[in-house]
Design a binder for this molecule. Structure first.
Ligand SMILES: [Zn+2]
Length: 494
């Protein structure tokens, strides 16, 4: 004989001989194969559901949500319901939707006040070391999200977007699980352009994001109990680039029936929408969308696609022979609020005004790396206009090259702060440092009110593959070549 227990979100069955509880169903998660899957993962499952765990007795390994006492012996239980602290979401360095409107969205800028705790560390010449490490996901070329997906606790996902493999971190077992597609789930790989997803503001249980896939835009749902995922088609057209959002509008460049580019746009609820013809524009190789000044920008080696909701999109080629240096970072702002992109006209570098039919150009005398006003000329910050002379505090930094990874936006600060890599004894071309070159010594640094050397990396290649993320009150740095991610504790990221 078995007893049924119903909680607001779940139905459990108690086996009267063993005294153990089996989860029959829970809101939003479909079929649950409790015996086959969940058994080894009960602590994680209990935290995800807000269920209870044994504390003083061993009568059962898990109890339904809200149970305060063991029904068999009366011992107190560990009630997890309502215990989870609210932690800020992380949707990738490009995915902060909490930024104010005057900061470009879609660049590696976070609104989390990382400097407040990182700047407490010893100042140079002290060279720090990461506090924690965590295994890299088995498919290491990936994008990360840390969010609740409608559950009480935050969990980390790593999507290997070139292979379409979704990986889930069980923080209690300290293991990555590869999630299996449920029957009919769409292929998740997307390689046509840079990868970006659209997070859901008030997710249902298991709801992750709207994601670009090879043949369609999909809404992704996870079932962390069965370690599976499913998808729902949002738009049945192949995306040419990642989707972007501007206030209540969403837009995505897609391939039309004849293979030419269309911009699909919608206001409010997906998927109703309007389409615009962009037949001359390329069908692959786009940057992630950048939202600024009421417009969305997709950048390409050949030009820019610019869309303001309510208007037709514009595809504008770069003025020949100027070509962009997209690998240097991304757009940056001038003091009057215009957006600029660095490039080269065959003779010299210059900044080109974005979004203008007849763009202004500002010449510069060398490469500058960065984005969103976190900009460096070799080892020196550029503080005024993007084309202003660099600020030389220490002439020795001429022999270093700084690559900004993540800016931390903070309204109270006049100078940009953020996470950077500094390549030491490097006087070669910036293009080579970012592509083929193996860099003997790199330091991971925090630039802020106080600069801090967080760590040191020997023999770094392909530095643009470094991915910063914030999860579990830690700043992490991931590189597909490493066995471990490096983590630095934050006091309180919220
Ligand atoms: Zn008991």
């Amino acid at each position: 004989m078995a007893y049924r227990w119903e909680t607001p979100a779940s139905v459990w069955q108690e086996d009267d001989r063993s005294g153990e509880f089996e989860l029959l169903s829970t809101e939003g998660l479909g079929r649950i194969d409790w015996q086959a899957h969940a058994r080894g993962r009960l602590p994680d499952v209990a935290h995800l559901l807000g269920a209870s765990l044994p504390d003083a007795c061993g009568c059962a390994p898990i109890y339904p949500e809200g149970f305060a006492w063991c029904p068999h012996c009366g011992s107190a239980l560990r009630r997890l319901a309502g215990r989870a602290a609210r932690t800020p979401d992380w949707w990738g360095p490009h995915g902060d939707h909490q930024l104010p409107r005057h900061v470009p969205h879609g660049l590696p800028v976070t609104s989390l006040p990382l400097g407040d705790s990182l700047e407490e560390r010893p100042a140079p010449p002290a060279v720090g070391r990461h506090d924690l490490s965590m295994p890299v996901p088995p498919n290491a070329q990936c994008v990360f999200a840390a969010a609740t997906y409608g559950f009480p606790e935050q969990r980390l996902l790593a999507l290997a977007h070139t292979r379409g493999v979704l990986q889930y971190w069980d923080p209690l077992a300290r293991l990555w699980h590869v999630m299996a597609p449920e029957e009919g789930a769409a292929e998740l790989a997307f390689t046509r352009s840079d990868y970006a997803w659209l997070p859901v503001l008030n997710p249902g249980r298991g709801e992750v994001a709207v994601v670009p896939a090879a043949h369609s835009l999909q809404r992704l749902w996870i079932n962390p109990l069965s370690e599976t995922y499913r998808t729902e088609t949002v738009l049945a057209a192949p995306p040419a680039a990642s989707p972007g959002a501007m206030r209540r509008h969403t837009a995505c460049p897609v391939l039309g029936d004849g293979g030419a580019l269309l911009l699909w746009t919608t206001r409010g609820e997906l998927p109703a929408g309007e389409q615009f013809d962009c037949a001359d524009a390329p069908t692959a190789g786009w940057s992630r969308p950048i939202g600024y000044d009421g417009r969305l920008f997709w950048l390409h080696e050949d030009g820019q696609l610019v869309w303001r909701p309510g208007e037709a999109p514009r595809w504008m080629r770069w003025p020949a022979p100027w070509t962009p240096r997209l690998a240097f970072g991304g757009p940056t702002q001038s003091r009057d609020g215009r957006l600029w992109l660095i490039g080269h006209d065959g003779e010299a570098y210059s900044f080109l005004e974005l979004g203008a039919a007849d763009p202004q150009r500002e010449p510069i005398d060398g490469a500058r790396l960065g984005f969103a006003n976190l900009l460096f000329r070799r080892g020196h910050p550029v503080l005024d206009e993007p084309w202003s002379g660099e600020h030389v505090e220490d002439p020795n930094e001429d022999e270093t090259l700084v690559l900004p990874l993540l800016r931390s936006f903070n309204n109270n600060r006049s100078q940009p702060s953020g996470l950077v890599l500094r390549f030491h004894r490097y006087t070669g071309r910036a293009e080579e440092a970012l592509s083929s070159k193996l860099i003997a010594r790199t330091t991971v640094e925090w630039i802020g009110r106080r600069n801090v050397i967080l760590d040191e990396i020997a023999r770094l290649a392909r530095p643009l593959e470094c991915v910063p993320l914030v999860y579990d009150n830690c700043l992490w740095l991931h590189h597909p070549d490493w066995n471990q991610m490096r983590g630095w504790r934050l006091d309180d990221a919220a």
